[in-house]
Every structure is written in C-alpha cells, then in structure tokens.
Design a protein around this ligand. Structure first.
Ligand code: ZN
Ligand code: ZN
Length: 419
C-alpha cells in the first residue's frame, strides 16, 4: 500500500513545517520545501508561481473537467504557542501544515502509480498563501506597493486567474477537537465576515479644569459597546452572527478628555444579505452613540471572506468513500455550520467546492497547545481516504450539477456588499 510506504517521509515534512511556521505571503521556506518535494517526485514537473509564494501544478490538462486540490501554506500569528517562531510569532495552530502533507502525499501517490491517467478529470494542485486574516499592516503595505490586491490568498489567486480553468475544488482542514477514533467531518459550512472600523471623534479639553466643553470619544465608544451588547437580542440565531468589538488604538491620558478612539470589529453571518442588514444596525448604533454625546464617527468597511456553502453533490462522493473505508470510523455530517470563516467561501463563489475536515489533533485550534497527536491517521490514512474520494468521483461526476462564475462577478458582489 502506497501511503504507509510514504508515512516516514510525511512525518519528517510535517515536523519540518510545524517547526518552521510562516505568516501569510511570507511562506518562503514552506514554498521551497513544497517545490523541492514536487520536483523530487517528478523531474518533468511544470510549476506555475503566483502572487508571492503560491504554486500551481497540473497532473494532466487533456480532460474536459479539472479539479483543484487546494492546500494552504500559512500559519497563524500566535506568539505564545509552544512551537511559535520566536521572531515572527507564527505558529501552525490551525493545522495547515497537514493540508500540505496531504497534498504532497496525494501528488506522490498519483504520479508514482499513474492512476491519475485513468481519471476522467484533470487534477491541479494549488498551494495557496495567506488564508488566515491577520498581519494586516504588512498586507496593507503589500497592497500599497502593488504586490497583492487582497489580504486573502484565494481571492488574490482568483484575481490573478489561477482558478480560471478549474471546475471544482477540494480543500481539507483540521478539526479543533480531540476524538478517540479516526474521524472526518463533511458538509460543515462557514460564516462570512466583514471587517469594520469605527473612528469616533470628540473634542480634547483639560479633564480637570474644563471637561464641560470636551467631547469624550472613549465614552462614545463605551456607549457603542453597550449598544452592541443590547443589539445582540435583535440578531437572528440561525445566522451565526458574531461581532467582537475591540479598542484598536489607545492614546489617552487621564488629564485630557480623549478625542479619538477607534473601535474595530469583525461581523460574521451565514449569508451576505444578513451581513449587509446587520452592518447597517451596527453603523446606526455607532452614529447614534456619537450623536448622543455630541461627537462624530467615521466608518470604514472592508470585506473579509464570503460565507462558505459546501457543495452537497460533491460531498456525496466523500460519503460513499467513507462508507467503504474501514480505517476511518468516525463521521460528523450534521453540524450544519460554524462561525469560523475561510477564503474557501470566496473560491466557492466561482465553482463548487468542498472542505473535508479531519481529526488527529489535540489542544485548542488557534490556541497555545494545538498539535497533531495521531500521525498515522493524519499523514497516512487520511490522504489514502482522499485518494478513495477521487476514485469515487472518477467516471461519475455529473457536471450539469456544477456552476461557474467569473472573477468579475465576484468583484461586483464584493463591491455591492461594502458600498
Ligand atoms: Zn485558522
Ligand atoms: Zn485554517
């Protein structure tokens, strides 16, 4: 069996990436590792590079339908994680390092056994930078200098045309729970989010001598925060609404009435329509909190990621493969959705996508103690399972069930949401 032969090498690679985490658009060491592995398995390989660290390569191009198997290259900013990079604070506590090992393992399997030649669809492997929405000052600089347009690696790749010739996508992701048996999850949707900044403006005066003619921007932000707390009663349960207002900067001293405070928050929902509706409520709360204390507010809105709706049809093949597989015994297929987000939501606007999740970890995802504990499952059984999903799809894909949209339509949608 191919995947057990590969296990030791995958374990080495997984450790190497885990111990060398890199933040989005800076995954240089990881990119080199991926490149070297791919070349070592196929000296004829053609690699296409995009944005900063992205790599795309095809196994074949001659068939009418093309799948993208997608792996995310980046780590999270988590300086207190036990294996964080001391200088950059990056840590692999979202498990992306095992997306890479799954992709590499599958590539090696397909190229060595040549089974892909029997498939009636092409496979492109796409290694994408910057899934985590963080390190935004750095990314804003990349934007200003024209290196990227989007903070997220997938929208950026979409803009660059990396996915133009793709018909459907498969992504995999670690589950942030510990299981006592090898477990996968299918059909779990993700929320989408907006990123909001409320710049409250007041008037600075002497806090002791003349607070009467000042306008306290910090008090406005407090009122706003209370308003948002009460507003939670007026948002729908079924929409997985989340907002997390924080003070973005603080330059206050006790003897001056603070005149500038910025509150930032994400706003997560299951649908873009409800995202827009709720954004209006947040904006109203900000405007009226400012007005109540005679101050003002300037509102900035940025798109985060679109909600991700898993493609039910494609997931039927995953379910079929699970039913036949005897190594993987646990299946979660009824969670519905969670309020985490990912730029797979943006990609799924273009064509049907699924994300198959897998256990084998312990600790809190994005927390300080997250790590892999079931190497055998994550590095051998799970990639083998994904190859079985490919087998299920081969010869059975009904492409009339697919949809296709282009980047222009995506761009228009984003503009309509943040206007
Ligand atoms: Zn994450
Ligand atoms: Zn992740």
């Amino acid at each position: 069996m191919f995947f057990d032969k590969q296990f030791a090498e995958m374990q080495k690679i997984a450790n190497q990436i885990f111990e060398n985490p890199e933040l989005g658009y800076k995954e240089w060491k990881t990119k080199t590792l991926v490149e070297e592995f791919l070349k070592s398995k196929n000296n004829q390989i053609e690699l296409n590079y995009f944005s900063t660290t992205g790599i795309k390569t095809y196994l074949s191009k001659d068939k009418p339908v093309t799948m993208a198997f997608i792996a995310e290259l980046d780590a999270v900013y988590a300086p207190t994680h036990f294996c964080a990079d001391k200088e950059t604070g990056a840590a692999h506590n979202c498990g992306h390092f095992t997306q890479i090992t799954t992709a590499l393992s599958l590539y090696a399997y397909l190229i060595e056994t040549e089974v892909y030649k029997n498939y009636d669809f092409n496979i492109a492997f796409v290694f994408v930078p910057a899934e985590e929405y963080l390190d935004l000052d750095y990314r804003e600089n990349l934007r200003k200098e024209g290196t990227v347009t989007y903070y997220g690696g997938k929208p950026e790749a979409m803009k660059l045309g990396v996915f133009d010739d793709i018909d459907f996508g498969i992504c995999v992701h670690a589950i942030g729970e510990t299981f006592d048996e090898p477990t996968i999850e299918i059909g779990c949707d993700l929320a989408g989010f907006l990123y909001k900044r409320y710049h409250f403006e007041g008037k600075a005066t002497h806090a002791g001598f003349d607070p009467f003619s000042g306008v306290n921007a910090y008090s406005i932000s407090t009122l706003f925060n209370v308003g948002l707390g009460l507003l939670r009663q007026q948002v729908r349960d079924d929409q997985l609404v989340r907002f997390n207002p924080i003070i973005m900067n603080s330059d206050m001293s006790t003897n001056v009435i603070p005149n500038r405070v910025t509150v930032g928050t994400d706003l997560r929902t299951k649908t873009t329509a409800y995202m827009q509706e709720t954004a209006k409520k947040l904006d109203l709360a900000a405007e009226h909190s400012a007005a109540a204390l005679s101050g003002s507010v300037e509102i900035e809105t940025q798109m985060g990621y679109l909600p991700f709706v898993q493609d039910e049809y494609l997931n039927t093949f995953v379910k079929k493969a699970f039913d036949k597989n005897e190594e993987i015994t646990g299946l979660i297929d009824d969670r519905g959705g969670i309020a985490a987000a990912g730029d797979i939501g943006d990609l799924a606007f273009l064509f049907p996508c699924i994300q198959i999740s897998y256990g084998g970890f312990t600790g809190a995802i994005h927390g300080d103690d997250f790590r892999m504990i079931d190497d055998r499952f994550v590095l051998e059984q799970f990639p083998r399972f994904v190859s079985q999903v490919f087998e299920e799809m081969n010869g059975h894909l009904d492409t009339s069930k697919f949809y296709k949209r282009n980047y222009k339509e995506y761009e228009q949608l984003i503009e309509s949401i943040i206007k």
